[in-house]
Design a protein around this ligand. Structure first.
Ligand code: NAD
Length: 436
C-alpha cells in the first residue's frame, strides 16, 4: 500500500487516482476548485465518464480514496505525489505551464520527507527538470531529498477506466532507477508492460504518440477529400489500407477532424517545441491545417445540399468532441454551430450527455432538444457531429418522416451506403459518394 496524493482532480487525476485506490493504495485527490471537491465529497462526480461513479463510491466507502482542497496537507501525508493538472493551450499555442509550476511550488513548500514527484500531465520536454528546480527553490528543509519521474497518461475519455486498469504500457522516465522502480511497482497490479527511459524521452513519447495519431486522422481525412473528387469510397480505402499490419485499421475513420482536450493542444504544443528547438516540423503544421479545414467540410456540404441557410431549421446531432464524454474542449460543434448561427440558421441541437457543458461554450440562440425526434421534427436538414450510440441506432424511417426534407449530412460516416440507398434520405457523408 502506497500513500499517494494526486494534484488536479480532472478527467485524468480523478480517474487515475481512483484506479490507484482500487488496486489497494491510499489516495488523496486534491484540487484548487472548491466546487469540484465539494461535489466529490457529496458523492457526486463532476464529469461524465462511464463506470467512474461506482468506482469512486466503492473506494471512498472502503476508506482508500479521499478528496480535499487542502493540497499542502495531502502532500505532507503522502510519499508519491502525482501532478495531473491541466496544461491547456495558451494564446500562442504553447502549453500553458502555470498550473504545473504552481503545483511544483506547493510540493516544495510542503516537502516534509523524501517523496517521488510524478508528472502525469502532458508537458514540454524539460518540464521535469523545471519542476525539480521549482521544488528545490521552495523547499524549507534543505536536506530533504526527492526525485522527479515522468509517467505520462494515455487514457481516452469515454473508456478511461478500462484504459487505466489495462493500459497498453506505462511509460516511466527518470534519471534515478530506484524511483522509476517504485513507480513501476505501483503499476504491477495493472499487469501492464513497463517501459522505462529518461525523463526527457518519456515527456517526448507522449507528444510523439498523440501527434502521430492526429497525423493518421488528418491523413485519412485528406484521402477522404480526394476520394470525393475521384469517386472512390474512403471507407473501403481505409479498410483496404488497414489490413496491412504495418498500417493497422485504427485511427483511419474519416470524419470532420479531431477535437478534444488533447490532440488540438498537443499538436500545437509540439509544433512550438520543435520551432524552439530549431526544427521546422512542416509535417505537423500541415496536420493542424488539414484538421482546421476539415471541420468546415460540413458547411460546404450543407451549402451544396440546401443552398442558403437563413431561416432553415438545422438539426444538429451530437455536441461533445466524441461519444461517451461530456467534454466540449475543441469539439467540432464549437466551430460549426457558431457558423450556422452566423448564417442565420435555426439550430436545434441534441446531445445525450454534453448539453450542460455545451451551454457554457456555445452562443445563445440554440434550441436544445431532449431527444433526436424533437431536434429533427420539421427540419430542413440534419447534421451528425458526434456518433453517439442513440444516433447510430436511430430509426431512420421515423426520422425521415419527421423531417420537412429528409437530408442527412453525416460528419462521422455512421451509416453504410447500402442502408442509406434504400432509405428516404438524401445522404451526404465524408469521403464517400452521395446517395439518393
Ligand atoms: P482537467 O482540466 O480536466 O483537470 C485539471 C484539474 O487540475 C482541474 O480540476 C483544475 O482545477 C486542477 N488544477 C489546476 N491547477 C491546480 C493546482 N495548482 N493545484 C491543484 N489542482 C489544480 O484536465 P485533464 O483533462 O484531466 O488533463 C490533465 C493533464 O493530463 C493535461 O496535461 C492533459 O493534457 C493530460 N491528459 C489528458 C487526457 C484526457 O483525455 N483528458 C489524456 C491524457 C493526458
Amino acid at each position: 500500500m502506497r500513500k499517494i496524493a494526486v494534484i488536479g482532480t480532472g478527467y485524468v487525476g480523478l480517474v487515475s487516482g481512483t484506479c490507484f485506490a482500487d488496486i489497494g493504495n491510499r489516495v488523496i485527490c486534491c484540487d484548487v476548485d472548491e466546487q469540484k471537491i465539494a461535489k466529490l465529497l457529496r458523492g457526486e462526480i463532476p464529469i461524465y465518464e462511464p463506470g467512474l461513479s461506482e468506482l469512486v463510491a466503492r473506494n471512498t466507502e472502503q476508506g482508500r480514496l479521499f478528496f480535499t482542497t487542502e493540497i499542502g496537507e495531502a502532500i505532507e501525508a503522502s510519499d508519491i505525489i502525482y501532478i495531473a493538472v491541466g496544461t491547456p493551450m495558451s494564446e500562442t499555442g504553447e502549453a500553458d505551464m502555470r498550473y504545473v509550476m504552481s503545483a511544483a511550488k506547493k510540493i516544495g513548500e510542503h516537502l516534509n520527507n523524501y517523496k517521488i514527484i510524478v508528472n502525469k500531465s502532458t508537458v514540454p520536454v524539460g518540464t521535469g527538470e523545471l519542476v525539480r528546480e521549482v521544488i528545490q527553490a521552495n523547499k524549507k528543509t534543505p536536506w530533504i531529498q526527492f526525485d522527479v519521474v515522468s509517467n505520462p497518461e494515455f487514457l481516452r475519455e469515454g473508456s478511461a477506466i478500462a484504459d487505466c486498469m489495462s493500459m497498453d504500457r506505462a511509460v516511466i522516465g527518470s534519471d534515478n532507477p530506484k524511483a522509476a522502480e517504485v513507480i513501476a511497482d505501483l503499476h504491477a497490479p495493472f499487469n501492464t508492460r513497463i517501459f522505462t527511459t529518461d525523463l526527457e524521452s518519456a515527456e517526448m513519447i507522449k507528444y510523439a504518440a498523440n501527434t502521430f495519431l492526429a497525423t493518421k486522422i488528418s491523413f485519412i481525412n485528406a484521402i477522404a477529400n480526394i476520394c470525393e473528387r475521384v469517386g472512390a469510397n474512403v471507407g473501403d480505402v481505409a479498410e483496404g489500407m488497414g489490413l496491412d499490419s504495418r498500417i493497422g485499421s485504427k485511427f483511419l475513420q474519416a470524419g470532420i477532424g479531431y477535437g478534444g482536450s488533447c490532440f488540438p493542444k498537443d499538436t500545437y504544443a509540439l509544433a512550438h517545441i520543435s520551432d524552439k528547438a530549431g526544427y521546422d516540423f512542416e509535417l505537423l503544421k500541415s496536420v493542424i491545417r488539414t484538421n482546421t479545414r476539415q471541420r468546415l467540410v460540413i458547411m460546404d456540404k450543407l451549402r451544396d445540399a440546401v443552398g442558403g441557410l437563413a431561416g432553415k431549421h438545422v438539426a444538429v446531432l451530437g455536441l461533445s468532441f466524441k461519444p461517451e464524454t461530456d467534454d466540449m474542449r475543441y469539439a467540432p460543434s464549437l466551430t460549426i454551430i457558431p457558423e450556422l448561427i452566423k448564417q442565420h440558421a435555426s439550430v436545434y441541437a441534441y446531445d445525450p450527455i454534453a448539453e450542460e457543458s455545451a451551454k457554457r461554450e456555445l452562443p445563445e440562440g440554440i434550441h436544445y432538444c431532449s431527444n433526436i425526434e424533437q431536434a429533427v421534427t420539421n427540419a430542413d436538414v440534419c447534421i451528425i457531429l458526434t456518433e453517439w450510440k442513440d444516433v447510430l441506432t436511430m430509426d431512420l424511417a421515423r426520422i425521415g418522416q419527421l423531417m420537412k426534407n429528409p437530408i442527412l449530412i453525416d460528419g462521422r460516416n455512421c451509416f453504410d451506403l447500402t442502408t442509406m440507398a434504400s432509405s428516404s434520405f438524401e445522404y451526404h457523408s465524408i469521403g464517400r459518394p452521395p446517395v439518393n
